[in-house]
Design a protein around this ligand. Structure first.
Ligand SMILES: O=C(O)C1=C[C@@H](OP(=O)(O)O)[C@@H](O)[C@H](O)C1
Ligand SMILES: C=C(OP(=O)(O)O)C(=O)O
Length: 446
């Protein structure tokens, strides 16, 4: 990732109006590439997110033998090696800033007869990998790891791997997916038990590629079984817009008086829509229009208009369905009337940054009253008044975290004097077109 040391100011030019499209879903893009690489033959992907995180997955698959490229229409073409067919990479796999690339690809390598070294940027190198090392070791893979279970690490895959039954100790779609991907080249039935529901894009896509996958619901638990060794059929896929990216212009529109926008073609899989539900409970004028299905995923156009928000208690059970949206929810809470209380958010401390700490310290610079606890924030909002810090334009450190950069850009639009973001380059990991999209909607100067 290249870093832009020149701070970028974000201050409001006008209300947000008109329509916009956000780029393809990041989670689905990673999975589409990985499963296409595991199929025998040629797959086509339309709407792939072209961001640094996804390109890290492309480069890694390429160095393990899959051919990935773009056709003249901008669609992506993947020529897969087939399950079991990954080649020994000649150099370390650079995962950049992407936890999803690292954890899912570790799962894939774990049941192949190859050894791969995983490296990442300083943010990713601080994040915990034991959560995937533990189940993948049970399946027979061997690891040489930096102390504390961090990158850089080396995975020695095992063939044949051993099928396991694994109950997720943390609600993590990345851990679930790592085990399910390892299961593809593992003879027998591998089971993952998920006590709390997390995003289910891997399950949907495994089905679409013809894997032998079964899902049972047992009360609130889900048991996902994959039978290996799988043969995957190449697919033509279409990827909807990312609701986690749509969250930023939508919250900006809710907070800036006079705004009325339509964000088109956004995925509304219910494992991802927790933020929109919480915002509606806060009084947000958000409407899903033209609901339809695209590539096995529910999609809608989302209209958002300026709204007066009120604080709520966010139940911890909803956290896995909006895990990446808490930073922007905290910004919405900072302008709501009354108190918003969140809890059960320990996972936010191990994302690209410690998102509870980075959001708390940034919001304090805007004069927001809040209480930071180990597992959540309690925020007392301004009641719709523009937020305003001691300095005319607070300067925010993004700590290599794209969601922190975008959340504070939105905070800047809803503030008295705007904001200075120290480094906007992390935005390119998930949403490279974010600044021009805000300009197109009329919110900032181009
Ligand atoms: O599986 C995925 O694509 C993701 C799962 C979530 O991480 P966890 O599995 O760590 O909760 C989320 O935060 C991340 O942005 C993407
Ligand atoms: C946590 C995120 O991604 P990842 O884990 O893939 O780095 C995110 O996009 O907010």
């Amino acid at each position: 990732m290249s870093h832009n040391p020149i701070p970028r100011p974000f201050s409001l030019r006008g209300p947000l109006r008109g329509h916009a499209r956000v780029p393809g879903d990041k989670s689905i893009s990673h999975r589409a590439l990985i499963l296409a690489a595991m199929a025998v033959g040629d797959s086509r992907i339309e709407g792939l997110l072209e961001s640094e995180d996804v390109i890290a997955t492309v480069a890694a698959l390429w160095s393990m033998g899959a051919q990935v490229g773009q056709d003249s229409n901008g669609n992506w073409a993947v020529s897969g090696v087939g399950v079991g067919g990954l080649l020994q990479p000649e150099t370390a796999l650079d995962m950049g800033n992407s936890g999803t690339s690292a954890r899912l690809l570790m799962g894939l390598v774990a049941s192949h007869a190859i050894t791969a070294t995983f490296i990442g940027d300083p943010s990713l190198s601080r994040r915990p990998m034991n959560r995937v090392i533990e189940p993948l070791s049970k399946m027979g893979a061997e690891f040489s790891v930096t102390p504390g279970g961090r990158l850089p690490l080396m995975v020695h895959g095992r063939v044949p791997a051993v099928p396991i039954e694994y109950r997720l100790p943390v609600p993590s779609a990345q851990v679930k997916s790592a085990v399910l991907l390892a299961a593809l080249n593992t003879p027998g039935v591998t089971r993952v038990i998920e006590p709390e529901r997390t995003r289910d894009h891997s399950e949907r896509m495994l089905k679409a590629f013809g894997a032998d996958i079964a899902i049972e619901e047992a009360g609130s638990e889900r048991i996902i079984s994959v039978t290996g060794e799988a043969e995957l059929r190449p697919q033509n896929l279409s990827i909807p817009g990312d609701p986690s990216s749509a969250a930023f212009p939508i919250v900006a529109a809710l907070l800036v008086p006079g705004s009325d926008i339509l964000v088109q073609h956004v995925g509304i899989n219910e494992t991802r829509t927790g933020l929109f539900e919480v915002l509606k409970e806060m009084g947000a004028d958000i409407v899903f229009e033209n609901e339809r299905e695209v590539g096995g995923e529910p999609v809608a156009d989302i209209r958002a208009r300026h709204s007066v928000l009120k604080g709520v208690d966010v139940p911890p059970e909803i956290a896995p369905r909006m895990i990446d949206e808490f930073p922007i929810l905290f910004v919405a809470a900072a302008l709501a009337e009354g108190e918003t209380k969140t809890s059960g958010l320990g996972e936010l401390r191990v994302k690209e940054s410690d998102r509870l700490a980075t959001m708390a310290s940034g919001l304090k610079q805007f004069g927001v009253q809040l209480d930071e606890r180990e597992d959540g924030l309690t925020i007392t909002g301004s009641g719709g008044e523009k937020i305003k810090g001691e300095s005319a334009m607070p300067e925010i450190r993004t700590s290599l975290d794209h969601r922190i950069a975008m959340s504070f850009a939105v905070a800047g639009l809803a503030s008295e004097g705007g904001v200075l973001i120290d480094d906007i380059s992390p935005i390119a990991t998930s949403f490279p077109s974010f600044p021009p999209m805000l300009a197109d909607l009329g919110a900032i100067a181009p």
